[in-house]
Design a protein around this ligand. Structure first.
Ligand code: ZN
Length: 495
């Protein structure tokens, strides 16, 4: 198996990846809090950890990839104070919180499917693990690292910090944490502002509530990932991923909870993807540059000059290293669109190339070097931009062969074919949208076909052949297409 190196946020070092159990990898990634449309901020971790998941499998590991859905406990301010994000949405839209969760989980899945992000092995929900969270809180209380206060349970950061180091991941000291902690009303139950909730008492108006030994309430946001990680991957597992913004406090708290409840930090490699900016600015609703994925795919956001296909977005994300910030702009996306299309065109051209009569020749040195370069880059902390640069060298070779400036042996063609199938498509997850019927091709074909069908039906009606006209209508109905006769002809809709 090839050596894989990953930058471990815990040590700030690029480290050789050695799994706990040879041949097997357990990976946990913090998933979305499902209270709104999938947006750019979801796309980057979605694609980044998808490539890691695919690469690990391609290298021969058996991978269990857990990506959670946060459907309770993520509060508006500092994750720990204010209204639950999902409960708030439910209140504003007069829905049951789980209706909000269902809707936006489906939207998230749909966006991920379009981006060709594979489903994780397990996708657990926080609300499905209340019992496990209560058990973990009991353990932390037993060990003395939490306290009950007015129906809530808080983690005692100061006590923990005396025995262990709170801040091992982020490198923050307790003093620095104190400065960064906003003081809000309602913190009166905590002993110190940096203490965080393991269990929050539900006020009478709070609709998402469960019984517990400390009264009706709901779990704190940080706890779910500790508990679900342990449940599905064991007390210690290999990789934990997420956005850089989750490193503190979310992941720092996770480590403290793990250490306090089960005596181990729990995670061997912490991997964090950097953030996305838009025209150099942080993405935010107040800045008017908050772009959802459907807006990006349809081009309907005012700052976009055109729609960008899911594969253009995926390619764009992979053109930057996951640890660098990624700046979205129309110009950059247009560049990615061109680059992506060039690679797909070469993949198509490659299939129609025939080998020159050099049957016994081994793969040329140049092509071998390109393939090695691609693998070396991917295994060097997932360096997708360098891998893509090597793939463009392969594109250049395909183009030269197409223009008959060079000839390729059968072994060359096979090696290049494998590179495109197994790495470009298999690991980087870039599929040919034109071939897959994307870019509205299928829709256009359906429109054309329906025009023909309605034309035939119009003829039948003109000849007063009602039987034929009805037969066409009934047949279409079976295919899920409804016809409505209007004054000037007929229109159709998909049921
Ligand atoms: Zn998490």
């Amino acid at each position: 198996m090839r050596n894989l190196f990953l930058t471990n946020t815990m040590t700030r070092q690029k480290e050789l990846f050695v799994p706990i159990h040879p041949g097997h990898v357990g990976m946990y990634v913090c998933g979305p809090t499902v209270y709104g449309e999938a947006h750019l901020g979801h796309a980057r971790p979605g694609v980044t950890y998808d490539v890691l998941f695919r690469l690990l499998k391609h290298l021969g590991y058996k991978v269990r990839y857990v990506r959670n859905i946060t459907d309770v406990g993520h509060l508006e301010h500092d994750a720990d104070e204010g209204e639950d994000k999902i409960a708030k949405k439910a209140r504003l839209e007069e829905l049951e919180p789980m209706e909000v969760v269902q809707t936006y989980t489906e939207r998230y899945h749909e966006a991920m499917r379009k981006l060709n992000v594979e489903s994780p092995s397990i996708e657990p929900r926080a609300s499905g693990h209340i019992i496990e969270q209560i058990e973990a809180i009991k353990k932390i209380l037993d060990k003395g690292y939490a306290y009950v206060s007015n129906g809530s349970v808080y983690f005692d950061v100061e006590k923990y910090n005396r025995d262990f180091n709170y801040g091992v991941l982020s490198g923050r000291t307790l003093e620095a944490t104190l400065e960064g902690t906003r003081s809000l009303d309602g913190q009166g139950d905590k002993k110190a502002p940096y203490d965080f909730a393991l269990w929050k008492k539900a006020e009478p108006e709070h609709i998402m509530r469960w019984p517990s030994p400390w009264g009706d309430g709901f779990p704190g946001w940080h706890l779910e990932c500790s508990v679900m990680g342990e449940k599905y991957l064991g007390q210690e597992f290999d990789i934990h991923g997420g956005g850089m913004d989750l490193m503190f406090p979310h992941h720092e708290c996770e480590i403290a909870q793990n250490q306090a409840s089960r005596g181990t930090q729990g995670v061997h490699y912490w991997v964090h993807n950097n953030m996305i900016t838009i025209n150099g600015q942080k993405m935010g609703k107040s800045l008017g540059n908050f772009i959802t994925l459907p807006e990006l795919f349809s081009g309907s956001h005012p700052i976009l000059t055109q729609p960008y296909s899911p594969m253009t977005i995926r390619f764009f994300i992979l053109q930057a290293h996951y640890r660098s910030t990624l700046d979205f702009s129309n110009e950059a996306l247009q560049g990615s669109e061109k680059g992506y299309k060039r690679i797909m065109l070469a993949a198509r051209d490659l299939r129609s190339l025939s080998a020159a009569a050099k049957a016994d020749e081994p793969v040329s040195e140049e092509i071998s070097a390109i393939i090695e370069g691609v693998y070396d880059a991917l295994c060097d902390d997932l360096n997708t931009p360098i891998a893509i640069a090597h793939i463009f060298e392969a594109v250049r070779i395909v183009n030269s062969a197409k223009e008959k400036r060079i000839s390729l042996s059968p072994a060359d063609l096979e090696a290049l074919g494998k590179l495109f199938d197994e790495v470009v498509c298999g690991v980087l997850g870039l599929i040919d949208e034109e071939e897959a019927g994307g870019s509205g091709k299928a829709e256009k074909a359906l429109e054309g076909a329906m025009e023909l069908v309605l034309e035939e039906r119009k003829k039948a009606r003109a000849e007063k052949n009602w039987a034929e006209s009805d037969r066409i209508r009934d047949l279409l109905k079976e295919y899920g297409i409804s016809i409505k006769d209007t004054k000037d002809g007929a229109s159709w809709t998909l049921d």
